[in-house]
Design a protein around this ligand. Structure first.
Ligand code: PEP
Length: 250
């Protein structure tokens, strides 16, 4: 069965609740495409107004972060049951900004993937190499290791419902996009590695996105690649151009 493309915006720490509702209104008619799953991953404070703003539309809502406990003395954190109660379906886990700025390691990321599945959230698990690793030529080993650690103890049935985002750090927010061939190479590598860790059916089912300066101009070429099943989009998800990415095939 063909994999449905998934285009997800990662709003990061942008958009006040008022701006978030305005952006939803701007994008409302631009992000309709039955061939594609559309997700807005938004800051915690925007979740409730964004869920209300996209109600009845094709847009699903994701969160950008959560903690692995259900409740308790974890000042500043937000839990999976809170997200689900608010109407969240997807959760970004392991974004390079969480890894690099907030010190999240693969042990915590693996615990988050487990918790997300147990709670009924769909993880968008990010992986990707730094410029130094790309230049050193060791990026394939690095990414395989991230996948192995982050999916430790995760079942094949769970992986079939997982989204993996390949995001080379050197392409995030830099305006420098991986070429379609570079992105395809790593997305295929990830799929082949899933086949090795699990089986061919699981590898055929898992959806693998590319992320890193994807925009209206380069989306069609990237999304035409056989192992690229969508995009995780930062900067370009905050403007009307996001609609052009969602409609890359029209
Ligand atoms: C991201 O942070 O997930 C991302 C891909 O950002 P950008 O599109 O701005 O490079």
């Amino acid at each position: 069965m063909a994999r449905k493309k998934i285009i997800a915006g990662n709003w990061k720490m942008n958009m006040t609740p008022t701006q978030a509702v305005e952006l939803c209104a701007t994008l409302k008619d631009l992000v309709k495409n039955d061939d594609v799953d559309v997700v807005y991953c938004v800051p915690a404070i925007d979740i409730v107004p964004v869920v209300a703003a996209v109600k009845g539309s094709n847009v699903k809502v994701g969160a950008e972060n959560f903690y692995i406990e259900d409740k308790g003395a974890f000042t500043g954190e937000i839990s999976a049951p809170m997200l689900i109660d608010a109407g969240v379906e997807y959760i970004i886990i392991g974004h390079s900004e969480r890894r690099d700025i907030f010190g999240e390691n693969d042990i915590l990321i693996n615990a988050k993937v487990k918790k997300a599945f147990a709670a009924g959230l769909k993880p968008i698990l990010c992986c990707g190499e730094s410029l130094a690793l790309r230049k050193a030529g060791t990026y394939k080993e690095w990414i395989s290791r991230q996948i192995k650690w982050d999916l430790s103890g995760i079942t094949a049935d769970q992986v079939k419902n997982l989204v993996i985002a390949y995001e080379p750090i050197w392409a995030i927010g830099t305006g420098e996009t991986a070429t379609a061939e570079q992105a395809q190479e790593v997305c295929k590598l990830i799929r082949d590695y899933i086949a090795e860790l699990y089986d061919a059916d699981t590898a055929a089912a898992v959806r693998i996105q590319y992320g890193g300066s994807m925009n209206a101009g380069n989306a069609a070429e990237l999304l035409a690649m056989p192992d690229i099943d969508g995009g995780l989009i930062g900067g370009a998800s905050l403007k009307a151009d996001f609609g052009k990415i969602v409609n890359y095939n029209k």
